[in-house]
Design a protein around this ligand. Structure first.
Ligand code: NAP
Length: 295
């Protein structure tokens, strides 16, 4: 039987509609409008398109949104001063510094400078630590999107064998930590694989839910999964680049190969991708609600 396609595009649209409605209610009840600033240093083409998409989505949802473009040669102290300004700005509830930063700027120092209450990317160590102990204010956007895809698709996570491929700080580690919490949409038995894992197929074949964030096309093939597995493919790989600069987007999973075996799978594009920006907006709304003292 062919796998059910878990459409991130559709789930993201549902969540955006909810955010839009809640934003209108928040404004009416408290006068607070969720405010998001995206700080872009330099003009990296991919970063420009991500930041533009974030600003556009924020405006569509009724947020107050600033895109603060800074030159490539911006000094680290100047960026820290800018963050300090937005930390103190009552109209701003979420601060996002678009990564990667130019080499002369210490990324860790910058992320640590963001007020944890405005850290809507959830990369500040306070928020990372809170996530681990089950007290999160914010979840990082991509893992949060993955969890929402599972919950809103009615996938049972309680007691499920979840195998995560990848251990990055932005996807693998946080989603593994989230799925092992004693909480709704989690409570799973979690295994994390990486490049030093001896026999990856041994682990992936045991998965009821397989979350793949390796950044390698076909890292997962049909022989590595069991019948009925639910697969969340986080990978975004550009292959077959043409001289005009056009490429095909593929995930980390051999979609054609596994689709007859899996119970459900996210496509690439149209799976996890559309969820990430949406969860950034949800985090900004949450931050604004805290300020407005509305649960
Ligand atoms: P990353 O920082 O490069 O981490 C990749 C992880 O995968 C590492 O832990 C690495 O292991 C592991 N790995 C790589 N190849 C492997 C293999 N063959 N077998 C087992 N493990 C392997 O990447 P990331 O930032 O987590 O991103 C992963 C993918 O998700 C990328 O394609 C990225 O573009 C995509 N992504 C998508 C979204 C979205 O919104 N859709 C958001 C974020 C990321 P080691 O630690 O041992 O090196």
């Amino acid at each position: 039987m062919a796998a059910k396609i878990i459409s991130g595009t559709q789930v993201a649209a549902e969540i955006r509609e909810e955010i839009k409605q809640e934003t209108a209610v928040l404004k009416e009840k408290s006068g607070v409008v969720p405010g998001l600033v995206t700080i872009l240093v330099g003009q990296n083409a991919a970063s420009v398109s991500y930041v533009t998409a974030k600003g556009k989505t924020a405006k569509e949802l009724g947020f107050f949104s600033i895109q603060d473009d800074q030159p490539e040669n911006l000094a680290e102290e100047a960026l820290l001063a800018l963050i300090d300004k937005y930390n103190k700005d009552p109209k701003i509830h979420g601060i996002l510094v678009q990564l990667p930063l130019p080499k002369h700027i210490n990324e860790t120092k910058v992320l640590y400078a963001i007020d944890p209450n405005k850290d809507v990317d959830a990369f500040h160590p306070v928020n990372v630590g809170k996530l681990v102990i089950g007290e999160a204010n914010f979840y990082p956007c991509t893992p949060y999107g993955i969890q929402q895809l599972l919950v809103r698709s009615g996938i049972k996570t309680d007691g499920a064998e979840v195998v995560v491929v990848g251990r990055s700080n932005i996807v693998g580690k946080p989603i593994a930590n989230m799925m092992l919490q004693k909480a709704k949409g989690a409570n799973s038995t979690v295994t994390v694989c990486h490049t030093a894992t001896k026999d990856m197929a041994f682990h992936t074949k045991r998965a009821d839910i397989l979350i793949v964030a390796a950044g390698r096309p076909k890292a997962i093939t049909a022989d590595m999964v069991k019948e009925g597995v639910v697969i969340i493919d986080v990978g975004v790989n550009r292959i077959g680049m043409t001289p005009e600069g056009k490429a095909k987007l593929v995930g980390d999973v051999d979609f054609e190969g596994v689709k007859e075996k899996a119970a459900a799978i996210t496509p690439v594009p149209g799976g996890v991708g559309p969820m990430t920006i949406t969860m950034l907006m949800l985090n900004t709304l949450k931050a604004a609600k805290v300020v407005a003292n509305i649960a």
